[in-house]
Write a protein that binds this ligand. Sequence first.
Ligand code: MOS
Length: 709
Amino acid sequence: MTAFVHRDQARDQARDQAAEQAVGRAEPRLEARAKVTGQARYADDHPLPGSAYAWPVRAAFARGRISTVDTTDALAVDGVVCVIWHGNAPRLEPGDDPDLLVLQSPEVWYYGQVIALVVATTLERAQEGADLVTVRTDAMAADTVLRADHPGLHEPEIVNAGLPGRVDTGDFDAGFAAAEVRVDATYRTPAEHHNPMEPHATTAFWERGQLTVFDATQASSSVRDTLAALFELPPQLVRVHNEHVGGGFGSKGAPRPNVVLAAMAARCAGRPVHLALGRSMLFTMGGYRTPTIQRIRLGADADGRLVALAHESVTQTSRLTEYTEQCTAVSRVHYPPANLTTSHRVVALDVPPPTWMRAPGECPGSFALESAIDELAVAGSWDPVQLRIDNDTARDAEGRPFSSRHLVECLRAGADRFGWAGRDPHPGSRREGRWLLGTGVAASSFPAITWPSTATARATADGHFEVAVNAADIGTGARTVMRQIAADALGVDEPSVQIRVGDSDIGFATIAGGSMGTSSWGWAVTKACRLLRERLGREHHGQCPPEGVAVVADTTADLAARGEYARHAFGAQFCAVRVDPATGEVRLDRMLGVFAAGRIINPTTAESQLAGAMTMGVSMALLEQSVLDARTGDFVTDDLASYHVAVNADIPRIDVTFLPEADPHLNPMGSKGIGELGIVGAAAAVANAVHHATGVRVRSLPITPAALL
Ligand code: MOS
């Protein structure tokens, strides 16, 4: 397991196997042509006869009450069908997420909250009507700024992903006091927004008591259940389509207010309604990553073995919903020493609800941990690759053995391929013209999560197979890899398999999130296909009867029967930057990620997932930052001109390498999640390279030119 396979070799090998096996073959996306020719329909691309258009009126203050809403002028606009507000909105049944109880009360919990919705025959008339709704308010002073000493901070027992808020082992204070080399540093990451290409959007209509929506969501099964509960309908009377989704990154992981508003508007207007949010609305209604303040203390012995680690995270949530980002999760996995303390504190502010974004927890947490490890390497004069290798572990902080772990192999293969050997560790030691050059490394990991799902497989008399799983293809290639998995499980050629995704009527399937899609859906697909094959053989001598044969599979019991392991994918990120000391400009030269993530189902789409996530990591390190106006609670950087994301010119070269990895403790495919792994550690690798180039340690993202001057 020490040899690494470059992606081109992996592709060649994959092509050689292509005749026998679909899994492992590098393939383009099945829907690629539909997308580039504009045939693929997204949530707002479903023209329906008699459609109306909705446009929100939003609160321009962060905390208080609405005293009056005057809709007279709005209703006088030609084409305005109705104006919905808390005085006339249909009642919703309260559920888990108070943010979805739209237009139910005069209470305002955050800037940008929807306080009225105008429905009209055209979008322009709806927007004109929205401008004419007069709202009187009683605004109160708002508390919008996260501070490490905020008196409202509390320590939840359970944080995001169901993890314990605190994990302590040994005696941190004693271990830290006895350490030879110590680091004590505080890292900050700003609020960040997902900014998927496709904004949150919904088309909704009611027909004979049934609700149908086309929604931009990563999880149509959960949207269906949520709408059914809110509108008090049996779930079978709600159908949610999401055949194509233009990115999500977590923002479309849970149902957002837009889908509830659209369904409500369609009921009130008595016709289909389109609601596509404007880009600026995503900054309040689409969720965001909480800002984080993370203190890390590391203690090592004279040989560079970690003896003590403290990781304390402070984040914010909204007063409406509680969400605690699990920043310290990585510190329980990467190199947990005998003496460890990891904890989370959170405070409810007058801000929009934060949510999952691109490796919630692991992503900001790894910026802190992997920067601190680099600081320890500098303090102890240890090589940062070797320091990580020397602190490898076979168990996580809670004592579970890893189902497989090839972090050391990733670090070694990466160092080799990147050309790490012979690096002069002294900051500022390499120059090229006006540029200072630097290289940095960081470790990456992400949990290999699998959740129950169902799938159906059907054989038809003409020798074809129809496989359906309610996956959400959010640009990842989900339907493509599901067909590969199905073809192998059925033992047939891929073209004889038709795959259907993106429709809640298919049956329950878990979210395209938490990097769990392929493992979860793929397991259900494998099970359904194997059962179908068995049944065809046993009952029909391998011949499909004229009426066809169908089976449904559910993986709930299979998942419950798995052993107790810590299941994670691992990787190593290497980065080379150049910095202009006169201007503080940082340019990425190249980046390499080496990952061990179980069996790779499709090297083409997998590489794209990793390279995309690494790009987001560079973007996080150097550019992304949502600026909140503390007085109003408004995110003022609410468009792509002011909220900067990395573009092609920022990313000259990213290489992705997968190490082969066989893990029998995962699922029948042997796959680990790859959606979020690539962003974990990426920002730290950049920051560590910037330190190597300049000698300046930036502990607060993004690394702006000002931070280096
Ligand atoms: Mo991901 S942040 O779980 O969509």
